[in-house]
Design a protein around this ligand. Structure first.
Ligand code: MG
Length: 164
């Protein structure tokens, strides 16, 4: 994708999941070693879920809860990168493709800086983008609120789309 691709639509997505004891934390399709994981009907990958809602918002598609209801057994324990792939196809069917995304992960622990590059590479791969078009930032909540107390993690994503 060209560096100077014009952005025609933008979308924002957010997600928050509770943390529960046990391994299996996955962020943006990358396994992150930690003694807790994100609870959820799927793998709880807040980065993929926020990304999906950003892409859907930009493309005018229904949100993640409408497209992949958590009452539907076929999405139980699903690898959320599969849902991203499906949404990328749906966005493409409407004549759009991602130009860039900007991701902010809110997590008190573990320290995510060692994993930001791997997450950016995985997301770039899923979206068919250069890694320079994918920004991944990680922030703590300074001990404030449920994220700050380590009870949950949250993510915000903004996506820009171009018309194909
Ligand atoms: Mg979610």
């Amino acid at each position: 994708m060209s560096e100077n691709q014009e952005i025609h639509r933008v979308g924002i997505g957010t997600d928050l999941h509770r943390l529960e004891p046990g391994g299996g934390l996955r962020l943006g399709g990358v396994d992150v070693p930690f003694d807790k994981r994100l609870a959820g009907h799927s793998d709880g990958d807040i980065v993929c879920h926020a990304l999906i809602d950003a892409l859907c918002g930009a493309a005018g598609l229904p949100d993640i809860g409408e497209q992949f209801p958590d009452t539907d057994p076929q999405w139980k324990g699903v690898d959320s990168t599969r849902l991203v792939e499906k949404v990328v196809e749906r966005v493409r069917d409407l004549g759009y493709a991602a130009v860039n995304i900007d991701v902010v992960i809110h997590a008190e622990r573990p320290k995510l800086s060692p994993y930001k590059a791997a997450i950016a590479e995985r997301l770039a791969d899923l979206l068919g983008l250069e890694t320079s078009a994918v920004s991944v930032k990680a922030k703590t909540n300074e001990g404030v609120d449920a994220v700050g107390r380590g009870e949950a993690m949250a993510c915000t994503v903004i996506a820009g789309l171009t018309g194909l």
